[in-house]
Design a protein around this ligand. Structure first.
Ligand code: ASC
Length: 154
């Protein structure tokens, strides 16, 4: 291959490599049904660990700092996952997801980012072992959950 060809091709190869790197994670889904199951599973796991923190900070379970830190870490990690599973091909499938998700994609994405900011604070606060502060962070996160449910979930 001549040098001139290589010089011409390299930028194209770089762009192709970047495109692959930036391929949305929805490539992981076999089909739309699988994507819906994936996001529902993620929400279920998140809800279980989040509720566990709630039980602790609201005195329904003894406060266990290590357990709370573990739960909050799970919530933070999982909170990054469901959004890519709201692909256009999933809109027509039976679920609790409202059409507004696809009508207001930017707002929905912004709300998902807000949740992720809240869960990062939740995990950071849980690591301090301060139950009172964690209760505040729990409330902030719960408001973020609820805002999205009110707007986008049946
Ligand atoms: C939970 C849970 C939710 C949120 C939400 C907050 O514990 O499973 O989905 O809190 O109810 O309003």
């Amino acid at each position: 291959m001549s040098r001139i060809t290589l010089t011409r091709l390299l930028p194209a190869a770089c762009i192709a490599a970047l495109a692959i790197a930036a391929t949305p994670a929805n490539a992981q889904f076999k089909n739309a049904k699988h994507a819906v199951e994936y996001r529902q599973g993620a929400f279920k796991v998140m809800a279980l660990h989040f509720s566990n923190i709630g039980a602790m900070v609201n005195g329904k379970k003894p406060f266990d700092a290590a357990q709370a830190a573990f739960d909050a870490n799970v919530v933070q990690t999982i909170s990054a996952l469901p959004w890519v599973a709201f692909g256009d091909d999933t809109e027509s499938l039976n679920s609790d997801a409202r059409p507004e998700i696809w009508l207001e994609k930017d707002k929905f994405l912004a709300a998902s980012k807000k949740l992720q900011t809240a869960t990062a604070t939740l995990a950071e606060t849980a690591r301090t072992g301060d139950a009172a502060k964690l209760k505040v962070a729990f409330g902030e996160t719960a408001r973020s959950c609820k805002a999205c449910h009110d707007a986008y979930k049946n």
